[in-house]
Design a protein around this ligand. Structure first.
Ligand SMILES: CC(C)(COP(=O)(O)OP(=O)(O)OC[C@H]1O[C@@H](n2cnc3c(N)ncnc32)[C@H](O)[C@@H]1OP(=O)(O)O)[C@@H](O)C(=O)NCCC(=O)NCCS
Length: 174
């Protein structure tokens, strides 16, 4: 398996965008959005036989210096081999200077972030006001201000009700 970050074209992101639509815990992204992230150097991508088999990206919130690491996806037959763990470690290492959060209700992801990637779990109450109003939380009890730069729209997947607790991680002690 090799990481090929140089010669990807937008067509290669189309199957990935389709896969994301099927995943309960991932927000939909278009091939173009995924491709733009890659061009900006904000993604980790694993390619095998010209197909994207692993993906992770840093999404910047509008009008803020806050990033959310997400769109974590590994093709089924390559899961459970440490692929996403390594991608997280490398991506966070390459972007150490940035203010990065991860927000998830996926308990499998929580375990990976805590035990393998070793991001810091933080409580919603301990977030600064700026971070709190920027980050969008995924629990059903969340009230989002849709007028507010569309930020909350980013964090909603049509037709999916997220259940369970929402965990927030950061790459820095706040
Ligand atoms: C979540 C996902 C990205 C994990 O990718 P991955 O490459 O399989 O993860 P890793 O192999 O790096 O994970 C390592 C750890 O995850 C956990 N894990 C991996 N597969 C698991 C499984 N099938 N069941 C439970 N835990 C599992 C274990 O803690 C594992 O550690 P171990 O190898 O010591 O047991 C992948 O399953 C996926 O693409 N899922 C669908 C999309 C999704 O839900 N993304 C997350 C959005 S928040």
């Amino acid at each position: 398996m090799k990481e090929n970050m140089e010669n990807l074209n937008i067509k290669q992101f189309e199957p990935l965008a389709q896969e994301l639509e099927k995943e309960k815990y991932i927000l939909n992204k278009s091939a173009d959005e995924l491709f733009q992230q890659y061009l900006k150097g904000l993604s980790k991508i694993l390619v095998k036989e010209n197909k994207i088999i692993g993906h992770l990206s840093l999404w910047k919130y509008p009008d803020s210096e806050i990033y959310e690491v997400g769109t974590a996806w590994v093709e089924k037959k390559f899961r459970g081999q440490g692929v996403i763990t390594n991608m997280f470690i490398e991506l966070l290492d390459e972007h150490q200077g940035k203010n990065i959060f991860a927000v998830t209700t996926n308990i499998k992801m929580v375990k990976i972030l805590m035990e393998k990637v070793k991001m810091d779990l933080i409580y919603k109450d301990s977030l600064s006001q700026e971070v709190e109003k920027t980050l969008c939380f995924c629990g059903p009890d969340v009230t989002c201000d849709f007028e507010n730069q569309g930020i909350c729209k980013i964090a909603h997947k049509p037709g999916v009700v997220r259940e369970g607790e929402c965990y927030i991680f950061t790459n820095k002690k706040k």
